[in-house]
Design a protein around this ligand. Structure first.
Ligand SMILES: *Cc1c(COP(=O)(O)O)cnc(C)c1O
Length: 392
Protein backbone atom coordinates (compact mmCIF):
# COMPACT_ATOMS: atom_id res chain seq x y z
CA UNK A 1 0.00 0.00 0.00
CA UNK A 2 1.11 3.51 -0.74
CA UNK A 3 2.41 5.33 2.28
CA UNK A 4 0.41 8.33 3.48
CA UNK A 5 2.01 11.08 5.53
CA UNK A 6 -0.08 14.02 6.67
CA UNK A 7 2.04 17.07 7.51
CA UNK A 8 -0.64 19.72 7.25
CA UNK A 9 -2.08 19.86 10.77
CA UNK A 10 -1.97 23.65 10.80
CA UNK A 11 -4.67 23.49 8.08
CA UNK A 12 -6.78 21.00 10.00
CA UNK A 13 -6.44 17.93 12.21
CA UNK A 14 -8.24 14.59 12.31
CA UNK A 15 -10.83 14.02 15.04
CA UNK A 16 -9.66 11.67 17.79
CA UNK A 17 -11.77 8.69 18.87
CA UNK A 18 -12.23 10.10 22.35
CA UNK A 19 -13.75 13.21 20.79
CA UNK A 20 -15.90 11.21 18.36
CA UNK A 21 -17.24 9.12 21.24
CA UNK A 22 -18.25 12.28 23.03
CA UNK A 23 -20.10 13.53 19.95
CA UNK A 24 -21.95 10.46 18.69
CA UNK A 25 -24.69 10.18 21.34
CA UNK A 26 -25.51 13.86 20.82
CA UNK A 27 -26.86 13.00 17.38
CA UNK A 28 -29.37 10.33 18.29
CA UNK A 29 -29.71 9.97 22.06
CA UNK A 30 -29.16 13.40 23.60
CA UNK A 31 -30.59 15.13 20.56
CA UNK A 32 -32.78 17.65 22.34
CA UNK A 33 -32.75 21.39 21.74
CA UNK A 34 -30.91 22.96 24.68
CA UNK A 35 -33.56 25.68 24.75
CA UNK A 36 -36.40 23.25 25.40
CA UNK A 37 -37.62 23.06 28.97
CA UNK A 38 -38.33 19.30 29.02
CA UNK A 39 -35.85 16.61 30.02
CA UNK A 40 -34.47 16.20 26.48
CA UNK A 41 -33.69 19.90 26.35
CA UNK A 42 -32.20 19.96 29.84
CA UNK A 43 -29.94 17.05 28.96
CA UNK A 44 -28.65 18.85 25.88
CA UNK A 45 -28.21 22.06 27.86
CA UNK A 46 -26.14 20.12 30.35
CA UNK A 47 -23.84 18.95 27.56
CA UNK A 48 -23.38 22.50 26.28
CA UNK A 49 -22.73 23.82 29.81
CA UNK A 50 -20.15 21.15 30.48
CA UNK A 51 -18.29 21.89 27.23
CA UNK A 52 -18.30 25.59 28.06
CA UNK A 53 -16.88 24.86 31.51
CA UNK A 54 -14.19 22.61 30.10
CA UNK A 55 -13.08 25.22 27.59
CA UNK A 56 -13.19 28.10 30.08
CA UNK A 57 -10.98 26.17 32.47
CA UNK A 58 -8.24 25.72 29.85
CA UNK A 59 -7.72 29.48 29.48
CA UNK A 60 -8.47 30.58 33.06
CA UNK A 61 -11.76 32.22 32.03
CA UNK A 62 -15.23 32.09 33.51
CA UNK A 63 -17.72 29.84 31.81
CA UNK A 64 -20.02 32.74 30.92
CA UNK A 65 -17.15 34.46 29.08
CA UNK A 66 -17.04 31.72 26.41
CA UNK A 67 -19.26 32.28 23.36
CA UNK A 68 -19.58 29.49 20.79
CA UNK A 69 -19.16 30.44 17.14
CA UNK A 70 -18.92 28.49 13.88
CA UNK A 71 -15.12 28.61 14.06
CA UNK A 72 -12.06 30.81 14.16
CA UNK A 73 -13.07 32.94 11.21
CA UNK A 74 -16.41 33.83 12.77
CA UNK A 75 -14.79 34.55 16.13
CA UNK A 76 -12.25 36.89 14.49
CA UNK A 77 -14.94 38.69 12.49
CA UNK A 78 -17.12 39.10 15.54
CA UNK A 79 -14.33 40.30 17.81
CA UNK A 80 -13.12 42.97 15.43
CA UNK A 81 -16.36 44.20 13.90
CA UNK A 82 -18.33 43.71 17.11
CA UNK A 83 -15.91 45.81 19.17
CA UNK A 84 -15.57 48.44 16.44
CA UNK A 85 -19.32 48.88 16.29
CA UNK A 86 -19.80 48.89 20.05
CA UNK A 87 -17.02 51.43 20.72
CA UNK A 88 -17.21 53.62 17.59
CA UNK A 89 -18.36 56.55 19.72
CA UNK A 90 -15.09 56.32 21.68
CA UNK A 91 -12.81 56.18 18.67
CA UNK A 92 -12.36 54.71 15.22
CA UNK A 93 -8.75 53.55 15.24
CA UNK A 94 -7.63 49.91 15.34
CA UNK A 95 -4.13 48.45 15.50
CA UNK A 96 -3.28 45.05 14.03
CA UNK A 97 -0.26 43.51 12.29
CA UNK A 98 0.76 42.79 8.72
CA UNK A 99 0.88 39.03 9.31
CA UNK A 100 -2.63 38.31 10.55
CA UNK A 101 -4.85 35.52 9.25
CA UNK A 102 -7.19 36.67 6.45
CA UNK A 103 -10.11 36.47 8.92
CA UNK A 104 -8.57 39.37 10.86
CA UNK A 105 -7.04 41.15 7.88
CA UNK A 106 -10.23 41.22 5.83
CA UNK A 107 -12.36 42.19 8.82
CA UNK A 108 -10.10 45.22 9.26
CA UNK A 109 -10.31 46.05 5.57
CA UNK A 110 -14.10 45.88 5.77
CA UNK A 111 -14.04 48.33 8.68
CA UNK A 112 -11.78 50.69 6.71
CA UNK A 113 -14.54 50.90 4.11
CA UNK A 114 -16.89 52.00 6.92
CA UNK A 115 -14.58 54.83 7.92
CA UNK A 116 -12.44 53.17 10.60
CA UNK A 117 -8.67 53.69 10.46
CA UNK A 118 -6.39 50.70 10.80
CA UNK A 119 -2.65 50.61 11.49
CA UNK A 120 -0.98 47.42 10.23
CA UNK A 121 2.18 47.01 12.32
CA UNK A 122 5.28 45.71 10.54
CA UNK A 123 7.23 42.69 11.80
CA UNK A 124 10.96 41.91 11.89
CA UNK A 125 12.59 39.21 9.76
CA UNK A 126 11.44 36.57 12.23
CA UNK A 127 7.83 37.69 12.11
CA UNK A 128 7.80 39.41 15.51
CA UNK A 129 5.82 42.62 16.09
CA UNK A 130 7.93 45.23 17.87
CA UNK A 131 6.55 46.68 21.09
CA UNK A 132 8.12 50.02 20.26
CA UNK A 133 6.18 50.12 17.00
CA UNK A 134 3.01 49.25 18.90
CA UNK A 135 3.55 52.01 21.46
CA UNK A 136 4.23 54.46 18.67
CA UNK A 137 0.99 53.52 16.88
CA UNK A 138 -1.28 54.04 19.89
CA UNK A 139 -3.53 57.12 19.62
CA UNK A 140 -6.21 58.73 21.75
CA UNK A 141 -8.90 57.22 19.52
CA UNK A 142 -7.46 53.68 19.45
CA UNK A 143 -10.18 51.28 20.62
CA UNK A 144 -8.74 47.87 19.78
CA UNK A 145 -5.42 46.07 19.35
CA UNK A 146 -5.68 42.74 17.53
CA UNK A 147 -2.47 40.71 17.27
CA UNK A 148 -2.35 36.98 16.64
CA UNK A 149 -0.65 34.81 19.28
CA UNK A 150 0.98 32.38 16.86
CA UNK A 151 1.35 32.84 13.14
CA UNK A 152 -0.13 30.03 11.05
CA UNK A 153 2.43 30.18 8.23
CA UNK A 154 5.73 30.30 10.11
CA UNK A 155 4.81 29.47 13.72
CA UNK A 156 6.33 32.58 15.30
CA UNK A 157 5.00 33.37 18.79
CA UNK A 158 4.22 37.01 19.64
CA UNK A 159 4.91 38.63 23.01
CA UNK A 160 1.26 38.39 23.91
CA UNK A 161 1.60 39.21 27.59
CA UNK A 162 3.60 42.36 26.89
CA UNK A 163 1.14 43.45 24.21
CA UNK A 164 -1.78 42.74 26.55
CA UNK A 165 -0.17 44.79 29.34
CA UNK A 166 0.48 47.67 26.97
CA UNK A 167 -3.13 47.61 25.81
CA UNK A 168 -4.42 47.48 29.40
CA UNK A 169 -2.18 50.36 30.53
CA UNK A 170 -3.50 52.49 27.70
CA UNK A 171 -7.16 51.61 28.24
CA UNK A 172 -7.41 49.79 24.90
CA UNK A 173 -9.11 46.43 24.37
CA UNK A 174 -6.88 43.57 23.29
CA UNK A 175 -8.00 40.75 20.99
CA UNK A 176 -5.80 37.86 19.97
CA UNK A 177 -6.39 35.24 17.29
CA UNK A 178 -5.17 32.22 19.24
CA UNK A 179 -6.34 29.57 16.79
CA UNK A 180 -2.82 28.22 16.25
CA UNK A 181 -1.62 29.03 19.76
CA UNK A 182 -4.39 27.19 21.57
CA UNK A 183 -3.10 23.74 20.62
CA UNK A 184 0.53 24.62 21.28
CA UNK A 185 0.86 26.96 24.25
CA UNK A 186 -0.54 27.48 27.70
CA UNK A 187 -2.85 30.50 27.47
CA UNK A 188 -4.15 32.44 30.44
CA UNK A 189 -6.48 35.36 29.72
CA UNK A 190 -5.87 36.89 33.16
CA UNK A 191 -2.11 36.64 33.20
CA UNK A 192 -1.86 37.79 29.57
CA UNK A 193 -4.36 40.67 29.90
CA UNK A 194 -6.45 39.35 27.01
CA UNK A 195 -9.92 40.86 26.56
CA UNK A 196 -11.04 38.82 23.55
CA UNK A 197 -9.60 35.62 22.14
CA UNK A 198 -10.56 33.51 19.12
CA UNK A 199 -10.07 29.80 18.92
CA UNK A 200 -11.17 26.92 16.76
CA UNK A 201 -11.92 23.25 17.34
CA UNK A 202 -10.65 21.67 14.13
CA UNK A 203 -7.06 22.74 14.78
CA UNK A 204 -7.01 20.80 18.08
CA UNK A 205 -8.43 17.42 16.98
CA UNK A 206 -12.04 18.46 17.35
CA UNK A 207 -14.77 18.73 14.71
CA UNK A 208 -14.93 21.43 12.05
CA UNK A 209 -17.48 24.23 12.06
CA UNK A 210 -17.20 25.09 15.75
CA UNK A 211 -15.03 27.52 17.64
CA UNK A 212 -15.32 30.12 20.34
CA UNK A 213 -14.73 33.72 21.22
CA UNK A 214 -13.67 34.54 24.75
CA UNK A 215 -15.15 37.92 25.72
CA UNK A 216 -14.03 39.36 29.05
CA UNK A 217 -16.94 40.15 31.38
CA UNK A 218 -17.83 43.82 31.11
CA UNK A 219 -16.60 44.27 27.54
CA UNK A 220 -19.38 45.54 25.26
CA UNK A 221 -19.78 43.92 21.86
CA UNK A 222 -22.38 44.21 19.10
CA UNK A 223 -24.58 41.12 18.68
CA UNK A 224 -23.42 38.76 15.98
CA UNK A 225 -26.76 37.14 15.18
CA UNK A 226 -30.05 38.57 16.37
CA UNK A 227 -32.46 35.80 17.21
CA UNK A 228 -33.01 33.55 20.17
CA UNK A 229 -31.40 33.81 23.57
CA UNK A 230 -28.50 31.48 22.79
CA UNK A 231 -25.02 32.66 23.78
CA UNK A 232 -26.49 35.25 26.12
CA UNK A 233 -28.59 36.63 23.23
CA UNK A 234 -25.48 37.72 21.35
CA UNK A 235 -25.44 34.90 18.82
CA UNK A 236 -28.85 33.45 18.25
CA UNK A 237 -29.50 30.07 16.63
CA UNK A 238 -29.88 26.54 17.96
CA UNK A 239 -26.58 25.35 19.38
CA UNK A 240 -24.60 22.74 17.45
CA UNK A 241 -24.63 20.38 20.42
CA UNK A 242 -22.55 17.49 18.97
CA UNK A 243 -19.86 19.87 17.73
CA UNK A 244 -19.83 21.77 21.02
CA UNK A 245 -19.50 18.52 22.95
CA UNK A 246 -16.63 17.43 20.71
CA UNK A 247 -14.91 20.79 21.01
CA UNK A 248 -15.18 20.67 24.80
CA UNK A 249 -13.66 17.21 24.93
CA UNK A 250 -10.90 18.17 22.46
CA UNK A 251 -10.08 21.25 24.55
CA UNK A 252 -9.84 19.19 27.74
CA UNK A 253 -7.57 16.58 26.15
CA UNK A 254 -5.46 19.28 24.55
CA UNK A 255 -4.84 21.02 27.85
CA UNK A 256 -4.17 17.73 29.63
CA UNK A 257 -1.55 16.53 27.12
CA UNK A 258 -0.14 19.88 26.03
CA UNK A 259 3.33 19.58 27.53
CA UNK A 260 3.87 15.97 26.51
CA UNK A 261 2.76 16.60 22.93
CA UNK A 262 4.75 19.77 22.69
CA UNK A 263 7.97 18.08 23.89
CA UNK A 264 7.45 15.20 21.49
CA UNK A 265 6.91 17.56 18.59
CA UNK A 266 9.95 19.59 19.52
CA UNK A 267 12.25 16.63 19.12
CA UNK A 268 10.56 15.66 15.85
CA UNK A 269 10.81 19.23 14.61
CA UNK A 270 14.48 19.59 15.51
CA UNK A 271 15.25 16.23 13.92
CA UNK A 272 13.39 17.19 10.74
CA UNK A 273 15.12 20.56 10.40
CA UNK A 274 18.52 18.95 10.96
CA UNK A 275 17.87 16.30 8.32
CA UNK A 276 16.58 18.74 5.73
CA UNK A 277 19.32 21.32 6.21
CA UNK A 278 22.05 18.66 6.16
CA UNK A 279 20.77 16.84 3.10
CA UNK A 280 19.48 19.68 0.94
CA UNK A 281 21.55 22.74 -0.02
CA UNK A 282 20.13 26.26 -0.33
CA UNK A 283 17.30 26.00 2.17
CA UNK A 284 16.17 28.67 4.60
CA UNK A 285 14.19 27.90 7.76
CA UNK A 286 11.71 30.72 8.30
CA UNK A 287 10.35 32.20 11.51
CA UNK A 288 11.99 32.91 14.84
CA UNK A 289 14.82 30.50 15.75
CA UNK A 290 13.45 29.93 19.30
CA UNK A 291 10.25 31.88 19.79
CA UNK A 292 8.08 29.58 17.69
CA UNK A 293 5.71 26.65 18.16
CA UNK A 294 7.04 23.12 17.80
CA UNK A 295 4.38 21.96 15.37
CA UNK A 296 5.08 24.25 12.41
CA UNK A 297 8.16 24.35 10.20
CA UNK A 298 8.38 26.73 7.25
CA UNK A 299 11.22 26.10 4.83
CA UNK A 300 12.14 27.97 1.66
CA UNK A 301 13.81 25.90 -1.06
CA UNK A 302 15.71 28.31 -3.23
CA UNK A 303 15.43 28.28 -7.01
CA UNK A 304 12.22 26.25 -7.19
CA UNK A 305 8.47 26.64 -6.88
CA UNK A 306 6.78 25.51 -3.68
CA UNK A 307 3.71 24.57 -5.69
CA UNK A 308 5.77 22.07 -7.70
CA UNK A 309 7.27 20.57 -4.52
CA UNK A 310 3.80 20.24 -3.03
CA UNK A 311 2.43 18.42 -6.08
CA UNK A 312 5.38 16.03 -6.32
CA UNK A 313 5.24 15.24 -2.59
CA UNK A 314 1.51 14.67 -2.92
CA UNK A 315 2.27 12.13 -5.62
CA UNK A 316 4.33 10.28 -3.00
CA UNK A 317 1.47 10.41 -0.48
CA UNK A 318 2.88 13.30 1.52
CA UNK A 319 0.55 16.22 2.34
CA UNK A 320 2.14 19.62 2.95
CA UNK A 321 1.17 23.17 2.22
CA UNK A 322 2.65 26.19 0.50
CA UNK A 323 2.45 29.21 2.78
CA UNK A 324 -0.98 28.59 4.25
CA UNK A 325 -4.05 26.70 3.09
CA UNK A 326 -5.88 29.97 2.81
CA UNK A 327 -3.57 31.49 0.21
CA UNK A 328 -2.56 28.35 -1.65
CA UNK A 329 -4.76 27.52 -4.57
CA UNK A 330 -4.54 31.14 -5.49
CA UNK A 331 -1.17 32.11 -6.89
CA UNK A 332 -1.10 35.06 -4.54
CA UNK A 333 2.15 35.51 -2.70
CA UNK A 334 2.21 35.16 1.05
CA UNK A 335 1.60 38.48 2.84
CA UNK A 336 3.33 36.98 5.87
CA UNK A 337 6.62 36.10 4.18
CA UNK A 338 6.53 39.39 2.34
CA UNK A 339 6.07 41.32 5.62
CA UNK A 340 9.08 39.42 6.99
CA UNK A 341 11.13 40.86 4.14
CA UNK A 342 11.52 37.59 2.26
CA UNK A 343 11.88 38.26 -1.46
CA UNK A 344 9.23 36.94 -3.85
CA UNK A 345 11.45 34.31 -5.44
CA UNK A 346 12.39 32.76 -2.10
CA UNK A 347 8.81 33.08 -0.83
CA UNK A 348 7.60 31.16 -3.88
CA UNK A 349 9.75 28.20 -2.90
CA UNK A 350 8.31 27.95 0.59
CA UNK A 351 6.68 24.88 2.09
CA UNK A 352 4.94 24.60 5.46
CA UNK A 353 5.28 21.26 7.24
CA UNK A 354 3.00 20.97 10.27
CA UNK A 355 3.09 17.97 12.57
CA UNK A 356 0.31 16.16 14.39
CA UNK A 357 0.21 14.20 17.63
CA UNK A 358 0.62 11.00 15.65
CA UNK A 359 3.47 12.08 13.37
CA UNK A 360 6.35 9.62 13.72
CA UNK A 361 10.07 9.73 13.04
CA UNK A 362 9.49 7.18 10.28
CA UNK A 363 7.03 9.61 8.64
CA UNK A 364 9.71 12.27 8.66
CA UNK A 365 12.43 9.94 7.36
CA UNK A 366 10.17 9.03 4.45
CA UNK A 367 9.41 12.71 3.83
CA UNK A 368 13.07 13.74 3.88
CA UNK A 369 13.97 10.91 1.50
CA UNK A 370 11.32 12.00 -1.01
CA UNK A 371 12.08 15.66 -0.48
CA UNK A 372 15.75 15.21 -1.36
CA UNK A 373 14.67 13.54 -4.60
CA UNK A 374 12.00 16.05 -5.49
CA UNK A 375 14.16 19.10 -4.84
CA UNK A 376 17.03 17.66 -6.87
CA UNK A 377 14.74 16.87 -9.81
CA UNK A 378 13.10 20.28 -9.76
CA UNK A 379 16.38 22.15 -9.48
CA UNK A 380 17.73 20.28 -12.49
CA UNK A 381 14.91 21.60 -14.66
CA UNK A 382 14.60 24.98 -12.98
CA UNK A 383 15.33 27.91 -15.29
CA UNK A 384 16.30 29.88 -12.19
CA UNK A 385 19.36 27.70 -11.67
CA UNK A 386 21.22 29.38 -14.49
CA UNK A 387 20.01 32.95 -14.30
CA UNK A 388 19.35 33.27 -10.60
CA UNK A 389 22.64 32.15 -9.09
CA UNK A 390 25.72 33.62 -10.55
CA UNK A 391 29.13 31.99 -10.27
CA UNK A 392 27.96 28.48 -9.53
C1 LIG B 1 -7.37 28.22 10.80
C2 LIG B 1 -7.20 29.60 11.32
C3 LIG B 1 -8.29 30.48 11.42
C4 LIG B 1 -9.65 30.13 10.90
O1 LIG B 1 -10.32 29.20 11.71
P1 LIG B 1 -11.56 28.41 11.10
O2 LIG B 1 -12.13 27.68 12.27
O3 LIG B 1 -11.02 27.49 10.04
O4 LIG B 1 -12.50 29.41 10.55
C5 LIG B 1 -8.05 31.73 11.94
N1 LIG B 1 -6.84 32.10 12.37
C6 LIG B 1 -5.79 31.28 12.31
C7 LIG B 1 -4.46 31.74 12.84
C8 LIG B 1 -5.92 30.00 11.78
O5 LIG B 1 -4.86 29.20 11.70
Amino acid sequence: MERKVYLDSAATTYVTNEVLNEMMPCYNIFFGNPNSIHSFGREAQGIVDRARDRIAKTINAKSEEIYFTSGGTEADNWAIKGIAHAYANKGKHIITSQIEHPAVMESCRALEKEGFEVTYLPVDKYGVVSLAALLHAIRKDTILISIMAVNNEVGTIQNIKAIGKTARENGILFHTDAVQAYGALKLDVEDMCIDLMSFSSHKIYGPKGIGALYIRKGVRIANLLDGGHQERSKRGGTSNVPAIAGFGKAAEINARDLMVNSQRMKSLRDYFIKQVTEKIPYVIVNGHPQQKVNSIVSISFELIEGEAILLMLDFEGIAVSTGSACTSGTLERSHVLSAMGIDDETANGTIRFSFSRSTTKADLDYTVEKLVDVVEKLRKISPQTKSGRKGE
